[in-house]
Design a protein around this ligand. Sequence first.
Ligand SMILES: C[S@@+](CC[C@H](N)C(=O)[O-])C[C@H]1O[C@@H](n2cnc3c(N)ncnc32)[C@H](O)[C@@H]1O
Length: 255
Amino acid sequence: MRLTIDTDAKILTVDEAGERRDVDLYGQEAFDLLALQWLKTSWNRKYSYTFSWMGRPIIQHPDDMARVQEVIYALKPDVIIETGVAHGGSLVFSASILKLIGKGRVVGVDIEIRPHNRKAIEAHELAPMITLIEGDSVAPQVVAQATAGIGPDDTVLVFLDSNHSYAHVLAELEAYHHIVTPGSYIVATDGLMRDLWDVPRGDPSWRHDNPAAAAEAFAARHPDFVIETPPWPFNESPLDQPVTAWPNAWLKRLR
Ligand SMILES: C[S@@+](CC[C@H](N)C(=O)[O-])C[C@H]1O[C@@H](n2cnc3c(N)ncnc32)[C@H](O)[C@@H]1O
């Protein structure tokens, strides 16, 4: 595809599959095309590797962080399980919102928690709200450890941000979906990989091997889950879709 921006004429020209069309540079279609290109370009420049939350590096797009905050505040979960800890930023992010809400705890699972990361997370002021578990997120004993202590009345939210292959995300969805509360979500992050197969740091295999495809396959097998973007608590815009590195991510449990 070729996108040509004419800022003087306020036109975006789209050349695709032998056809050319002009769209309003300030309209919805241009917004969608440019937002996707921004996500691809920013991913390639590792934009999401430039943020921290309360002292810990967090590897997320800020738009997604803001949306996660909206969901945590609305749901007020008792337990948030996250696979993929890295430096601990997303654990601290979730814990900080729970702390302000006044309840809840966070469980982080990673196949390798590096000593300097563990030390920093354990020294953090929110550490009492965080449990770290080292191991493969789909190993049965790890799943059992991560889900231990969840009470029948607990509201549970799950984020999957570890190995992003189709097979692993699907295995994580199968391993953790049973503990998700109706009305809550299991979130298969980083589905943007499906659109990153043609960028310099991407991989052609990602076109099919990605979390968005895993979420679709899971939803097709589990009618009690539906892929649904969480509602926006505030929206005085003409927009209705997020700018997100997590397309198809939010699997809501219906019952
Ligand atoms: C993208 S990082 C997580 C970023 C973190 N959630 C954040 O927002 O800052 C992915 C992490 O997944 C971990 N990981 C990879 N494969 C895994 C597996 N099979 N089980 C658990 N963790 C895994 C890696 O060690 C890495 O720390």
